[in-house]
Ligand binder design. Sequence first.
Ligand code: ADE
Ligand code: ZN
Length: 343
Amino acid sequence: MNHHNLISRLPKAELHLHIEGTLEPELMFALARRNAVELPFDSVEEVRAAYRFDNLQSFLDIYYQGADVLITEQDFYDLTWAYVMKCREQNVIHAEIFFDPQTHTGRGVPFETVIGGIHRALDDAGRRFGMTTGLILCFLRHLSEAEAFETLEMAMPYRDRIVGVGLDSSEKGHPPAKFERVFRRALDLGLRTVAHAGEEGPPEYIREALDRLGVSRIDHGVRCEEDDELVARLAEEQMPLTVCPLSNVALKVFDDLADHNLKRLLDRGLRVTVNSDDPSYFGGYVNENLAAVQAALDLDRDDIVRLVKNGFKASFLPRDKIEDCLDRVDRAVSGCEPSDLAD
Ligand code: ADE
Ligand code: ZN
């Protein structure tokens, strides 16, 4: 049975989405032209053809290069607004969005320009559509602790615009412990913390993120499966994992979607959520990720509803808003045609 109708009709949350990873080739070209930036590609087709990756690093190289076209506040607005439009199409009603300020400040784009454009678009999305959002500032883990502290300092005038901090970029060789002190400072400021861990890195990095960074969620976390005790702990603590299936296949964390451990982890009681990571690079937004795992892993209706509800339960929304969203999911399930629901 295919559940495309159910998937598209359910209201959803997205918790693992890099705004720079939503830059579609068409917008990349438009911004390159607007800003007179030279691209190493001649056409949209050439860009898409370059999106073949061997691992995380081969993706990051091209992702940071793509971000070079983002220069003005309006560029960041347009990027974010395009994602808001996708959320409307996909029935994503709540999104907690990562941004990588160091990718931009490192090229001379002021922090204020970046957060200003992103925030203005999210503000408009709230006012016009009632969409709720949160912004999570990610530190690039291949850079130093001192640079992460400088970035957190730059964010201080905009403290009320962010819900938390995260950790992304090249995982291997950059363990969570490298950022323990800066995460401590963020926690002291009342920010939530999350971290990419166990995407390419070992289960030990997931433990470190839990024990030393005080995280509320693990981003990816799929390599936890190599450590039974860790899996038991994640289940016991109901620690959310923001899993990104199409990303994992594109970056060869799994050879094939049929090998993905999402269903096994769900069946072991983990709070697994489905997200899109860098949708313009990996071939799909949340609905495409859900539809792809549904087909590859033969998920039934209850699995899909559980995954979608987990997205709200794992969010940083206040308790009462989470309950409202869960009710909306239940109402959408009851409003579906019987043919959308059959297993
Ligand atoms: N930056 C953008 N996407 C990422 C991912 N999947 N892992 C680490 N850093 C990233
Ligand atoms: Zn990510």
